[in-house]
Ligand binder design. Structure first.
Ligand code: PEP
Ligand code: MG
Length: 848
């Protein structure tokens, strides 16, 4: 029968728990108290000698379960368990269950003759009974990291809104773990919107598996000496979007349970009957995951086998096994850090953050606790770790949410790194001396990071989707990729010629030679055009019949200007000034802002600069402006509405801009643009603030225009054109408001991916109203950087297009290839079509 040890700071408490649990265990179970200090007897504290002695008394052939209260009790119990294990062949499990409930439940189970693991599990789930009685039962199955299995967090509580597009996915959740980890506090988090949780805020996996989505509200509860500080830090983190952009708006095969056959391939369990190899000339459809066309022979990715059993039988020395596991985690940490640095250098900081989440996973209690427990119970480190990873990955895979399901690959990737260190299998270079298209069931982020774009022409992935980290990295590295092709792609023989179209999401298998030649030619042509576009980037975008369209850059940081100029931007059509305001406790001062705008003006060397005033709101909250939460932030107090609600913020910004104009004089072409204007009165009010600032500073006239994001403006364009100096169409918001489709909702991507004829009609209407008063019209939403939409806008009479700087050369080149007359004709036809597919088909007729 399993014995129990009760470790407490208080001798009286330990004795009382023993008495209570003994009654439940029927008196047969050996339950030994280890409370207080030996010297002086009964003093509050925990004593290694007393705990070790209690373990020795409770020990029997079925092992010992140790329950403890808090703080040093945990450490003392760990040390005593290590000593006991070193001295004899005894299985000990240290259990994190709540002391009283856990002891009672464990005693009952042990008394029934259950084995050690079951007794431990019973103790862990002890709180559930109480929760059920109180009617606060979590409706889901067991989930490691649930608060049902951890001690009660405490009484302080805050509510945290989640206003980030992808919800609490791995990266923001990692920031929660990191934030909580800075405080001496025990924190749980529950999703008040779905009722899920609470989960241990130190467990990345427990947090992520809550399935928190954008728009949900979390309840964080904390206890412990620094509970208040922890909750304050969490509140600030939530207000800053958990580090994401606030919107307005067992490792790969090895991670089967311990004892499973050794995994050798890169695939999850093979389907019962593998699909036949696709026939020559067939086309496999998948999900576009990285744009571009790749042509080359197929090569199946093969991973080295990681033999968990080979990693060694249990040494029988739990302390040594635990040390091996910790050493392997340390080695994996170095690997992850190296991958992080490599990706930061090749693709950028944002992509590198994927690996920050991996670093947190290495310390995640959801992986570590069961692995340590298994090791303490006598399991070998590799098997213990593989089982823990397998269970965690399975938890992810069982979730409803597709995005979260894909995070299983991150858990497995981290798990595999640790196993590699434990098994001593070297990290095989996954890009052999070969050029072609890599075919694989899935691709771990670490493998994607190791890809060499000069060899791997494309990626054909059987599973996963466009939001997998592998897909994100493939895009960042410029490798064409198609995901979700299904198992059939895995049956393609090595060397089979493939054509992969990363935009259409199609793989052609062994196409006929003439199709291959045509594809090759099209690819070469695209390459030639891209080279030519770069060479001519500094020339104006003049159509074949002599009309010039200005092509500017959208910029969100002063540091981006030199690159934009180098890429041929004629100016900055949209300076998003949010970068000056977000993540700050105080608003930037007038002189601070002026210095930044002056730096930008200088870097632009006389090119025009359109500064958009702060476009924040309840959906992109500012730390220094407290606004009540809104049910529909996209329809709430954002953009100019917020500026007019806080005139001091708007005034300071407009004074900084007027100050730049006053100092730079005619050397600078500085204009102001107000976001989210819906009424003429809003424009007049904002303009009045600008004119005041200008008068005070003796600045020359500063043209003031508006963003066209609200359909009302396009519909009443002529009325606005009487008063505004210019318009710039924000197609991102204009599309979301026209199609009634939240721009952050991937399920509505079809409604958001233009060019939708109704949106084009609004553009046409806007241009008509603007031209009635000779007003200039630009487009600065993402559509401006789409070649076909760019031609349509030119045809509708738009004067300027502004886009992400890397797109500038290609858009200029596209405009050079058409006549304005043709563009006009096709744009007019497009207004009468039904959907973007029909519009694109019409425009593509203009291309050679
Ligand atoms: C837009 O809405 O199209 C736009 C350019 O503004 P933002 O994307 O910053 O909302
Ligand atoms: Mg907008």
């Amino acid at each position: 029968m399993v014995g129990l040890v009760i470790v407490s700071h208080s001798a009286a408490l330990a004795a009382a728990v023993v008495e209570l649990a003994g009654q439940m265990g029927g008196g047969e179970v050996r339950i030994e108290p280890a409370g207080g200090m030996a010297d002086p007897p009964g003093a509050i504290g925990t004593d290694l000698g007393l705990v070790a002695a209690a373990i020795a008394r409770a020990a029997g052939p079925d092992g010992v379960l140790v329950l403890m209260d808090l703080g040093s009790a945990v450490m003392t119990a760990e040390m005593a368990a290590e000593m006991a294990a070193a001295e004899g062949d005894v299985r000990i499990v240290l259990c994190e269950a709540p002391l009283v409930e856990g002891a009672v439940a464990a005693a009952a189970r042990a008394g029934a003759g259950a084995p050690l693991d079951e007794v431990a599990e019973e103790a862990r789930s002890a709180l559930r009974m109480k929760a059920q009685q109180l009617g606060i039962e979590d409706d889901r199955d067991d989930r490691p990291g649930d608060a049902a299995t951890i001690a009660d967090a405490g009484a302080q509580e805050v509510r945290l809104p989640v206003r980030i597009a992808l919800g609490l996915h791995a990266r923001p959740a990692a920031r929660v773990v990191e934030t909580v980890g800075r405080f001496d506090a025990r924190v749980t988090i529950a999703d008040a919107t779905t009722g899920r949780g609470p989960a241990d805020a130190r467990s990345l996996s427990a947090l992520v598996t809550l399935g928190v989505r954008h728009g949900h509200t979390l309840v964080a509860r904390a206890g412990g000496p620094q509970a208040g500080e922890a909750l304050t830090a969490l509140t600030a983190l939530a207000e800053a979007g958990f580090g994401d952009e606030l919107i307005e708006d067992g490792p790969s095969g090895d991670a089967t349970a311990a004892g499973a056959p050794d995994a050798t391939a890169d695939e999850p369990p093979a389907p019962a009957r593998p699909p036949p190899a696709p026939e020559s000339g067939s086309r496999l459809r998948g999900i576009p995951a990285g744009p571009g066309i790749a042509i080359g022979p197929a090569l199946r990715l093969r991973r080295p086998a990681l033999d968990v059993a080979e990693a060694g039988e249990a040494t029988g020395d739990p302390a040594a096994e635990r040390a091996r596991l910790d050493d392997a985690r340390a080695a994996a940490r170095l690997d992850v850090t190296a991958a992080r640095d490599a990706i930061a250098a090749r693709a950028g900081e944002a992509e590198a953050e994927i690996f920050d989440a991996h670093l947190v996973l290495l310390d995640d209690p959801l992986l570590l606790d069961p692995a340590y427990a298994a090791v303490a119970a006598g399991e070998a480190a590799a098997r213990a770790w593989a089982a823990a990873v397998s269970a965690a990955a399975a938890t992810y895979r069982a979730l409803d949410d597709a995005y979260l399901r894909e995070r299983a690959a991150d858990v497995e990737d981290v798990g595999r790194r640790v196993l590699r260190a434990l098994t001593g299998v070297a990290d095989e270079a996954i890009t052999p001396d070969w050029h072609g298209i890599l075919v694989t069931a899935d691709l771990a982020p670490s493998e994607a990071a190791a890809l060499q774009p000069d060899r791997v022409e494309g990626l054909a992935i059987a599973h996963g989707g466009a939001t997998s980290h592998a897909a994100i990295l493939a895009r960042a590295l410029g490798i064409p990729a198609v995901a979700g092709l299904g198992d059939a792609v895995l049956a393609i023989a090595d060397g089979t010629p493939l054509v992969l179209d990363g935009e259409a999401g199609v793989v052609e298998v062994d196409p006929p030679p003439e199709a291959l030649v045509a594809r090759e030619r099209a690819r070469e042509e695209a390459g030639r055009r891209a080279r030519q576009a770069r060479e001519r980037a500094h020339e104006p975008a003049r159509t074949r019949d002599g009309a010039t369209i200005e092509v500017g850059a959208n910029v969100g940081d002063a540091g981006e200007i030199p690159a934009a100029v180098a890429l041929g931007a004629d100016g900055v059509g949209l300076l998003r000034t949010e970068f000056l305001f977000l993540d700050r406790d105080r608003a930037p001062t007038e002189s601070e802002q002026r210095a930044v705008y002056e730096e930008i003006v200088a870097a632009l060397g006389g090119r025009p600069l359109i500064i958009r005033t702060l476009d924040a709101g309840a959906d992109k909250p500012l730390r220094f402006l407290r606004e009540p939460p809104e049910d529909n932030p996209f329809l709430g107090v954002r953009g100019i509405r917020l500026g007019l609600a806080h005139p001091e913020v708007l005034r300071t910004q407009l004074r900084a801009i007027a100050g730049v104009a006053a100092r730079a004089g005619p050397r600078a072409d500085v204009r102001v643009m107000f976001p989210m204007i819906a009424t003429v009165a809003e424009y007049r009010a904002a303009r009045a603030v600008l004119e005041d600032a200008r008068a005070q500073l003796g600045a020359p006239p500063v043209p003031a225009g508006i963003m066209v994001e609200v359909p009302a403006v396009a519909v009443a364009a002529e009325r606005f054109a009487r008063v505004v100096d210019f318009f710039s169409i924000g197609t991102n918001d204009l599309t979301q408001y026209t199609m009634a489709a939240d721009r952050g909702n991937d399920r509505l991507s079809e409604l958001l991916a233009g060019p939708w004829p109704p949106v084009l009609r609004l553009v046409a209407q806007l241009v008509r109203g603007a031209k009635a008063h000779d007003r200039w019209v630009g487009v600065c939403g993402e559509m401006a950087g789409d070649p076909q939409s760019a031609v349509l806008f030119a045809g509708l009479g738009v004067d300027e297009l502004s886009m992400a700087a890397p797109l500038v050369p290609a858009i200029k080149e596209v405009l050079r290839g058409v006549t304005l007359a043709d563009a006009r004709e096709v744009a007019l036809r497009a207004l009468d079509l039904d959907d973007p597919d029909a519009v694109r088909a019409a425009v593509s007729a203009l291309w050679p």
